[in-house]
Design a protein around this ligand. Structure first.
Ligand code: ADP
Length: 766
């Protein structure tokens, strides 16, 4: 399987490389045809007859072919590392550093080298043809020099076009082979070369078209044309030198920025608002216009000088000179306009990089030429160019349909080319903006808005858009981080709350246990107090029984020993009487023990239906020793039953009756405790009233507080009423105390007959 997939990879790689070679071959053929057109056609126009007469044409063509083949061999040799690297990448292999270096070097050098080789080839051809024909006296020397100059000048333009074409061809390959190469670094390595090549290409092309126009519209002789061409080369040297100097000077801020950003970068590179970036942006923005203006002015001056000197040397008339200047002027204008647009193209990536890497204040980088002026300039240029060509045609002494069609086609082609470039420059950034606006509307704010290039109206709109995107993204981020913080805080608080909740639960549980303990303790304490009284209570009937048992035994002896029936009968009556005493004593003891048993029952965990009447009887039974001088009045609904914890309800009653008894105290006149149990609006109401001392108004609010007592040590713990309160609450009921000092106190309790809280416990039990 692995072998098959490698084979497939290899096949795909081979196909891709073959198609790349095919594309290069097609481009090469097109470029060579263009060179032939630019160089050979003017040479043939100048020296066609002489060439035919010399009979050297086949040899010259053979020499040209040999030179071309040699240059192609060199080209293949040059791009071999690039093709090898591309093939390796296509196979998915990692590039060795040496191979990477070789590919990078080849890509950097190939365009210029190819251009220079071809320039050399065609210049040699031009000079060779000129010298050959002049040496054989087939061509006048001025024309021969003209031929050589055409070779040099037009070949220069063609070579520059070749260089640009190769750069464009290699750009995507570079990105594929060296994806990590920073775009800015790649740009810095070649932008000046590209600017120069663009300018040279335009000079060459402009000169070629101007030569064609001159040949067609002026009717100069071969010698006159040759002389003018010969003068052109030195005349153009000065403007080109000025142009190169101006380029070097104008790119200083850009080079300074590159120094900071890529050549000798500090640890963090230039800051976002570095002034070097602003200066670089401004200079990159103005370079196309300034250089185009320099070139146009310098070429115009050179053209005037050439025409003036040429006229003096060859003596053509003023009208020819005028048409000459007109044709040259139109071409200077055309090449100036094209140069502006094409140089802008070269520098656009830098402007985009600067715009996306730095915060450029719109005021500082604002383009001096607004969109309106630019459009007027370009479209004005287009109008002047086309009408100028028509005028040139009209002024020409030679009219004809072919010339009319030719000049119209040229005017249209030049105008159309300009319009296409201008429209593209306008539409592309607007289209990009539209795309980004759509993305932003969908909430995708991560990708920066690509700067359109110059800071004209569209450029500034892009800047504003980018600012807006950044602001929105930052806002969104801060909102998101705020949300995250909030969520984290909520989570933290929730955790704290949960922990507190657990602690509270534990505390509540502890409290419940403590409360249960308290209830038990209080119950034990009251049991202790009870036991003392009850021991005394039980003592009386038990004493009565014991004291009766002796006489009863005697009585039984009398019955067995008695002789007469009268004596037996009287002894039986006595014995029966004594037995009733014993029975009463035993019954009383049993009642007390039963009450005690009821009171102390441990069935606390399960609620049940209980009879309040019996609970009250038991309580009074157990407290009888405390109720010696107390009259107990009861008004009890015997059928009333409530659901609850019987032991706890007993404890409530015990506490209330004990407190009432204690409030009546040891008063000689005694007192009354009145216990009422009745149904009240679906609840059981229990009230325990006494006519004891009463509770002072300031004490009344505190009586349910735990450990609040007004009694002496040993008498009270202060827990009774607080426990009563807790028990009543647990049963879903309520308690109220009313008291008047010196008149007595009434405790009223309302208990639900079937407390909802306890219902479920009862149901689960049944
Ligand atoms: P203790 O009886 O152990 O003192 P309680 O909580 O049962 O504790 O009672 C708290 C206080 O309420 C008592 O000390 C007493 O001052 C007052 N009190 C309770 N019941 C009565 C009553 N029937 N008459 C007068 N005072 C009472």
């Amino acid at each position: 399987m692995a072998t098959t997939s490698v084979d497939i990879d290899r096949a795909a790689a081979a196909r891709a490389v073959a198609s790349a070679i095919g594309a290069v071959a097609v481009t090469e053929v097109a470029l060579t045809l263009m060179e032939a057109l630019l160089v050979c056609v003017p040479i043939v126009a100048l020296a066609g007859q002489s060439l035919t007469a010399s009979g050297e044409t086949p040899r010259i063509v053979a020499v040209i072919l040999v030179l071309l083949v040699l240059s192609w061999m060199r080209a293949i040799d040059r791009v071999r590392p690039v093709l090898a690297a591309r093939a390796a990448k296509l196979r998915g292999q990692a590039l060795l550093p040496a191979a990477e270096d070789a590919a990078q070097r080849a890509m950097a050098r190939a365009p210029l080298e190819m251009a220079l080789i071809r320039w050399g080839v065609w210049t040699t051809v031009g000079i060779g043809v000129g010298v050959l024909l002049a040496a054989r006296h087939l061509l006048a020397w001025p024309s021969a020099v003209g031929v050589a100059c055409v070779g040099f000048l037009h070949a220069g333009g063609a070579a520059a076009i070749r260089g640009i074409a190769w750069e464009r061809m290699l750009d995507p390959v570079r990105q594929k082979i060296l994806p990590n190469l920073e775009p800015l670094r790649a740009f810095a390595a070649g932008y000046r070369r590209r600017l120069c090549m663009t300018a040279i290409a335009l000079v060459g092309l402009g000169h070629a078209v101007a030569s064609a126009l001159i040949a067609v519209f002026t009717g100069l002789t071969s010698v006159q044309a040759g002389t003018l061409l010969a003068l052109t080369v030195p005349a153009l040297v000065i403007p080109m030198l000025i142009w190169f100097r101006s380029l070097a000077r104008r790119t200083v801020p850009i080079e300074h920025y590159f120094e900071l950003a890529i050549r000798r970068p500090t640890s963090r590179g230039p800051a976002r608002d570095d002034p070097a970036a602003v200066a670089a942006f401004r200079s990159a923005q103005s370079i196309p216009y300034r250089l185009a203006v320099y070139q146009s002015l310098a070429c115009s001056v050179a053209a005037v000088a050439v025409v003036a000197v040429g006229r003096r040397l060859t003596g053509f008339n003023t009208s020819i000179a005028g048409r000459l200047l007109g044709a040259i002027g139109l071409m200077v204008l055309a090449s100036g306009l094209y140069e502006t647009l094409l140089l802008r193209d070269v520098l656009r990536p830098l402007l985009a990089q600067l715009g996306s890497r730095h915060r450029l204040p719109a005021v500082d980088v604002r383009s001096k030429l607004g969109l309106r002026r630019k459009l007027m300039l370009f479209f004005g240029g287009v109008i002047v160019l086309s009408s100028g060509l028509v005028l040139l045609f009209a002024l020409s002494p030679r009219h004809g349909p072919a010339m009319m069609i030719g000049s119209t086609a040229l005017a249209l082609a030049l105008a159309l080319g300009l319009v296409v470039l201008i429209v593209r420059d306008l539409v592309t950034p607007i289209h990009a903006l539209e795309e980004r606006a759509d993305e932003m509307a969908r909430g995708e704010l991560a990708r920066p808005v690509p700067p359109s290039g110059e800071a004209d109206e569209i450029g500034r709109l892009t800047f504003a858009f980018e600012e807006m995107r950044r602001a929105l993204r930052d806002k969104l981020r801060s909102t998101e981080s705020l949300n995250i913080d909030l969520e984290r805080e909520v989570r933290r608080r929730t955790e704290v709350l949960e922990q507190r909740n657990t602690e509270l639960h534990e505390a509540l549980e502890k409290l419940r246990r403590a409360q249960d303990d308290l209830v038990r303790t209080e119950k034990l304490a009251s049991m202790g107090r009870l036991v003392a009284g009850i021991a005394h209570e039980i003592n009386n009937p038990v004493n009565a029984v014991i004291n009766t048992l002796g006489p009863l035994q005697d009585c039984i002896h009398q019955i067995t020993a008695a002789a007469t029936p009268e004596k037996i009968a009287s002894a039986v009556v006595d014995a029966e009487e004594m037995l009733r005493v014993v029975q009463r004593g035993a019954a009383r003891s049993k009642a007390i023990v039963q009450a005690l048993h009821n009171y102390s029952r441990g069935d606390e965990s399960v609620p049940r239906e209980l009879n309040l009447s019996r609970s009250i009887d038991d309580t009074i039974d157990l407290l009888r020793h405390r109720l010696k001088n107390v009259r107990v009045e009861k008004e009890i609904d015997a059928d009333l039953r409530v659901v609850g914890f019987a032991g706890q309800i007993d404890q409530v009653l015990m506490n209330l009756v004990t407190n009432a008894a204690q409030a009546i105290g040891e008063r000689p006149q005694g007192g009354t405790i009145r216990i009422v149990v009745r149904a009240d609006h679906g609840e059981a109401q229990i009230s325990v009233s006494d006519d004891g001392a009463g509770i002072p108004a300031e004490v009344l609010p505190r009586i349910f507080d735990p450990f609040f007592t007004t009694k002496d040590v040993g008498e009270g713990t202060g827990l009774g009423l607080s426990i009563v309160h807790g028990i009543i609450e647990r049963h879903g009921g309520r308690i109220r105390a009313d008291s008047h000092l010196g008149e007595g106190t009434t405790f009223r309790i309302w208990l639900p007959l079937r407390p909802p809280a306890l219902e479920s416990a009862i149901r689960s039990r049944s």
